[in-house]
Every structure is written in structure tokens, then in C-alpha cells.
Design a protein around this ligand. Structure first.
Ligand SMILES: [Cu+2]
Length: 669
């Protein structure tokens, strides 16, 4: 379950989306939705519920209720209109609580919620339809994915996309002939595009007349006969982009008139800033990269007679089919007996009796046993599986270590890849949470199949899911699909979603940066910990305490204004600075991301091999002091990606790149 703009969804079948018949457009990566509004402004949300009916029988991790809503912690309620048409102040709450009438929405219906932004900051957005789950780790629709944020920006702020493709940036340049949308782009002396922040897609483009960079803008439409985009009369500004990242500027994409008093560690707070929105959350049911993460298939058989703690008569099993020569036997009173080198008959006639007799706590009569195959690694691997996430992206370390040991993925042949220096960095493993067309865990025995497509079920994923379903269904003797031994044969050729390819957050050295961090989970507290960068607890106070960690409890949200000009901080650290939950069990289970500070311009060029790398995305530069672009960025060399060699593969839908002659060295401290 996710929230998305209506313009970002398409029907699965037929011409129109509807209940259960909706998916994201193929070039939009699933991410928590981020809405933006200025302090002192109102945000009106029209919410349509397209959730499908729950399946039968329902997965215990899914909420049964499919009523849903949008509610935002901490914003002021103005008015709402329920699905039945009733309007009131409390109807803006998106809840069904106490004596209040319900402002939830049934599947197929819609409602509106109008909220007032009284304070700057970030506010957790979620559904109030089902707030309880089946265990401590689940909280109904919240942990199923229905969350996002409302970022309240400074008064007079404007918002622009921080990451776009090279093709899109070409559409957002100042033209040499302003009246001719096809005339060449204006550039600086060294070839950088001069940006038109108000550019719209041409009337003939599939996104006709939408803004290219501006995230909230007045809607436009092609004018009949003229072929140009004209504002739709009497329309209010509308949200066109809900990216996690943004460039937030003052009026006319310039400086803010007054965005906080200067402090010693941040003397110029009126410059535009890059914004990163970071949701920490749990993963209730991720499909893991390798079958080793799952309990091996169980084989149950019957006994010819009951056995007790004092049994001395050998018992034979009813069926020996499928019994391996070694493994574990678990009896019904939870005793586990390891055996090896015995035939199936011997298991039945000797080991069971011995095991029962050796236990002082042995219980009543047993009529059946369950036998586990050997090599059950699921318990040992659980602490490093994909189980915690940031912004729907995860990077559990166990899959990365297994990939190295199985010799798949970009670090397949890395003999010195042993410990933390490789599995929590992009240096050897590639960018975390990148989705590619051919994952590294493609089994050798799977016949050739079409590469995965964005936002569609993948052939390999189907196999792993069916294996998981098998594990959850007790009693069946059907065997999971046979997966061949992993081999370094499958290589990805492209990364999906080039404007948002991974859990790496990009800025240029000295860009002013603001983090908006939120806890979108239900149970465990997290600690946002940032390497190589700091902020102060009270941003207006020269005597405030430095911080590099912030505790987050469920529902909490903080704004962190990074000091010393943000990117690179006081030490001018270029490269990757990791941030993560400081609890290692969460961190190892995927709750980490990278902040990448660039010192060369990322122009979206292709790699030498033709692989469409993350560098295919462009990062428009912030207009910094005096409204000019950063002199550093303007005079730096073009990206050296052209000279990079890419070794590429992936794990479990996440992909990893390895770059030789990488232009940026990891800056982890
Ligand atoms: Cu945590």
C-alpha cells in the first residue's frame, strides 16, 4: 500500500484506474509521498481510495480494513468533506475516533482534507483507517506502507526538483531564442546549462505543459491551435512532484529574505538549501534475496506407535520418503535431535527413542515427528536480512555477504571483502537499494527469461515468493521450486528510475542542506546517526550543543539544519557519508543510506560500456550566494564517469555497481 499523486498512477487493465486496478507509472519509483506547503499556507488534499479488497485468506501481516484516510500529525485542521458530502472541521482529521463522525474513505470513494501549516518542519502523514496490527512490529496500514510527510517550508519558499535526468534538464534550460522552444540552450563559458526554473514540458510531450523542475505550480494546458502551454484560468497551485529531495529557494528561485538569524556555525541561513526527507521504518514482509534466509522445507511423517519419556520399544516411521541421511528431528514436545550418518529406518528405530528417553522433561505420547533438512541457516541470517528500511529501500548486510561468498554480484571475486569495510559502502557493493533489470540472484537453472520491468512482478521474484508462501502454509508436502546454485552469469544492464535510482542522497560540496527525518514505524525506537556532518540542537542559538545523532520514536519528526554550509561540513568531506539507525541490529538489517557530496559536476553522461549508470541523473545546482551558481561547480571538470569501468550486478532486486577509477572516494569517518 502506498500513497501517490493521481498523475503518477495508471490502470493495470483497461482505460481508467479504479479500486484494485491501479499501479505506479513505470518511470516512478515507489517512495513515501512528500507534500510541501509554505508556513502560513493551507494544504488541500483530495484523497481517493483505490485499495483492493483483501485477499482470502488474508495474510496475517496485512490489515483487514481497507477503509483509509490521510491524516497529518501536528498540522491544524481547517475543514474536510467526507465521502458522503458532509463538511466540518473535524472531517479534516482523517480518522474515526471517539464521538467524532468518521472521515475515513471506503475503497472507490474520496474525501478532502484541508490543513493549515502553522509551523515550519516536517510532519508525519499516514492513514488512520487501520492503526493496529497483529504484533508489536505491525501497525495496520502504517507499517504496510501508507505513510509519507508534509514538509512545511519557510514563508515565500519555492520548491524545485533536486534530481532529474539529463534529458529533462535539457528541457529546462534558458533558450537562446526565448520564443523558440527548440532553439539551443544558453550555457556558461565552460558549457554548463543556464537553468530556466519555470520551464514546462512542450505541448507535444507526454507530460505536456507540466513544469519540469517546479514541484508546485499553477496548472497549464495546451492552447488549441497555438501549440503552447497557457495557465488554466482561476486555478490554484497544484503539487506536481512528491520527491523525497528538493531544492528549496526564496522568491524567484533566489535567496530567502529572512530565514533565521546568523549563528557562528551557519552565518548565512538565507541561501537556498537542498532538502532530504528520510523516513525510518520497518519492513513487515520483504522477499529475501536468497532461499537460505528461509526455513528449509519441513517433512512430517507418522509413527507406528506412540512414544513417551520411558519408551524402550523401537518405533518405526510410517514413511521414510524424503528423509535425508542427516539433519534434525523435532518432536512434538519441541526436543531437537541432531543425527547424521543414519538411514531413514535407523532414525525411526533408534534415534527417536533415545532422544525421548534422554530428556527429563519429555512429555506425553507422540504420534508424529517433523524432520528438518540439514543446513537451516534462517535463524543465523535473520539479524542481517532485509528487515528495516529507509524510504522503502533496504540493504541488509547478510545478502551482501552471501553474494560475495556465493561469488555473485559486483564483488564476486573480491577475496579481501571480509567485514564491515565492504558491506556498508558503495565502494565494493554499489549504491544501496538500487533496482535493476537482472538481479544478481538469478538462478543458473532458470531458463532465459525477459529482464524484469519496473513496477511489475519479476519472474525471479515470483519464484521466491512461491517459496515463501510454501513456508507459511503448514501441512502441504509440495516442494518449493528448485533453485540452482548461484553463479556469476547474470549481469544487469540498466538501473530503473534514473531520477531516483537508489538510497543515495546527492549534493555538491558547500550546498546548504536540511534533513527532514521521520519515524514511520510502530514499535522500535531508532537513532538517526550522521557521519562526517553535524547540526546544532537549537539552530538559532550560538551556545547550542552540537549533535550528530537524534533519537526517533514512532511518529516523531525533526528538521536538521546541517552546519558549516552543509555538504562536506567543516572538514570539506567529499564522497559518501553514511547515515543510519545507530542500533546495529536495525542498521545491519538494512536501515542505512548514503549522503554523497560531489566535487565534480554530474552531467548524466553514459558510461563507457553503455550501461545507464546512476550518473544518468543530473543534479541541478543550487543557486547559492548572490543568486549565482556555485563557482566551484561551474569551474570543475566534467564528470569522469565516461572513463569509469562498470562492473554491475545486483541482489534481490537491489543492485550494486562497482567503479574503478571512481572519481569520489568514500568519506566515511
Ligand atoms: Cu533503529
Amino acid at each position: 500500500m502506498i500513497f501517490a499523486l493521481m498523475q503518477d498512477v495508471v490502470p493495470i487493465n483497461g482505460p481508467t484506474p479504479g479500486q484494485g486496478n491501479v499501479m505506479l507509472r513505470s518511470d516512478k519509483r515507489p517512495r513515501p509521498i512528500v507534500l510541501r506547503v509554505n508556513k502560513g499556507g493551507c494544504l488541500q488534499i483530495t484523497f481517493t481510495n483505490f485499495l483492493a479488497k483483501p485477499p482470502t485468506p488474508i495474510n496475517p501481516l496485512q490489515p483487514v480494513t481497507r477503509q483509509a484516510s490521510v491524516r497529518v500529525n501536528g498540522m491544524q485542521l481547517i475543514s474536510g468533506t467526507t465521502q458522503s458530502g458532509a463538511t466540518s472541521g473535524i472531517a479534516a482529521d482523517g480518522s474515526y475516533t471517539g464521538d467524532n463522525s468518521s472521515s475515513l474513505v471506503d475503497p472507490g470513494n474520496k474525501a478532502t482534507y484541508t490543513l493549515y501549516a502553522s509551523e515550519e518542519g516536517t510532519f508525519l502523514l499516514y492513514s488512520g483507517g487501520s492503526t493496529f496490527g497483529t504484533s508489536g512490529n505491525t501497525a495496520g496500514q502504517l507499517t504496510a506502507g501508507l505513510f509519507g510527510a508534509v514538509n512545511v517550508e519557510p514563508a515565500q519558499a519555492e520548491y524545485y526538483r533536486s534530481q532529474v535526468t539529463a534529458a529533462d534538464l535539457q528541457l529546462a534550460c534558458q533558450r537562446q531564442n526565448p520564443n523558440d522552444p527548440n532553439s539551443p540552450c544558453q550555457t556558461t563559458a565552460d558549457g554548463h546549462l543556464i537553468i530556466n526554473y519555470d520551464a514546462v514540458y512542450p505541448a507535444t510531450h507526454k507530460y505536456a505543459c507540466r513544469p519540469v523542475l517546479k514541484m508546485v505550480d499553477i496548472p497549464r494546458a495546451p492552447s488549441p491551435g497555438v501549440g503552447r502551454c497557457l495557465p488554466i484560468p482561476n486555478s490554484l497551485p497544484q503539487t506536481f512532484y512528491t520527491d523525497l529531495t528538493a531544492i528549496i529557494t526564496g522568491p524567484n528561485h533566489g535567496r530567502f529574505p529572512d530565514n533565521g538569524p546568523p549563528v557562528a556555525v551557519s552565518p548565512d541561513r538565507n541561501q537556498p538549501f537542498r532538502e532530504f526527507t528520510i523516513h525510518y521504518h520497518e519492513v513487515t514482509n520483504a522477499t529475501q534475496a536468497f532461499t537460505d534466509f528461509y526455513l528449509p522445507p519441513q517433512i512430517t511423517t507418522t509413527l507406528t506407535a506412540g512414544i513417551t519419556a520411558t519408551s524402550t520399544t523401537p518405533i518405526t516411521v510410517g514413511s521414510t520418503a524424503g528423509f535425508p541421511a542427516s539433519g534434525f528431528i523435532t518432536t512434538k514436545n519441541s526436543e531437537t535431535i541432531q543425527y547424521s550418518g543414519l538411514s531413514a529406518t535407523q532414525i525411526g528405530t533408534t534415534q527417536i527413542v533415545h532422544g525421548i528417553n534422554s530428556s527429563a522433561a519429555a512429555a506425553a505420547s507422540h504420534s508424529s515427528i517433523t524432520l528438518y533438512q540439514a543446513q537451516d541457516l534462517s535463524g543465523m541470517l535473520a539479524p542481517g536480512k532485509d528487515n528495516f528500511a529507509i524510504n522503502y529501500g533496504t540493504g541488509g548486510i547478510a545478502a551482501e555477504i552471501l553474494a560475495n561468498r556465493f561469488k555473485v554480484g559486483p564483488m564476486a571475486n573480491c577475496v579481501e571483502c571480509k567485514f564491515e569495510e565492504f558491506f556498508l559502502s558503495a565502494w565494493s557493493v554499489g549504491d544501496p537499494a538500487m533496482v535493476v533489470d537482472v538481479p544478481a540472484n538469478v538462478p543458473l537453472k532458470v531458463p532465459p527469461y525477459p529482464p524484469d520491468q519496473p513496477n511489475k512482478p519479476a519472474p525471479l521474484a515470483k519464484q521466491l515468493e512461491s517459496y515463501e508462501v510454501y513456508q507459511e502454509s503448514n501441512g502441504t508436502t509440495a516442494k518449493p521450486p528448485t533453485l540452482g546454485a548461484p553463479q556469476p552469469v547474470a549481469k544487469a544492464t540498466t538501473a530503473f528510475y534514473p531520477d531516483d535510482p537508489s538510497n543515495v542522497y546527492h549534493s555538491y560540496l558547500d550546498d546548504h542542506v536540511v534533513f527532514r527525518i521521520l519515524h514511520a514505524g510502530a514499535n522500535l525506537t531508532h537513532v538517526h546517526h550522521q557521519h562526517a556532518h553535524q547540526w546544532i540542537h537549537s539552530p538559532n542559538d550560538d551556545n547550542s550543543t552540537y549533535l550528530d545523532s537524534q533519537m526517533l520514536s514512532p511518529g516523531a519528526a525533526f528538521t536538521l539544519e546541517i552546519d558549516y554550509n552543509g555538504s562536506g561540513n567543516r572538514n570539506k568531506t567529499v564522497g559518501d557519508s553514511i547515515f543510519h539507525c545507530h542500533f546495529y541490529p536495525h542498521f545491519a538489517a538494512g536501515m542505512w543510506s548514503l549522503w554523497r557530496t560531489h566535487d565534480v559536476f554530474e552531467n548524466g553522461s553514459r558510461s563507457q560500456t553503455g550501461f545507464r549508470s546512476p550518473a544518468h541523473v543530473r543534479y541541478p545546482m543550487v543557486r547559492s550566494r548572490l543568486g549565482r551558481r556555485s563557482p566551484l561547480s561551474c569551474h570543475c571538470r566534467r564528470s569522469r564517469w565516461l572513463r569509469c569501468r562498470h562492473l554491475f550486478s545486483s541482489i534481490g532486486g537491489r543492485s550494486f555497481t562497482a567503479h574503478r577509477k571512481r572519481p569520489i572516494r568514500p568519506g566515511r569517518m
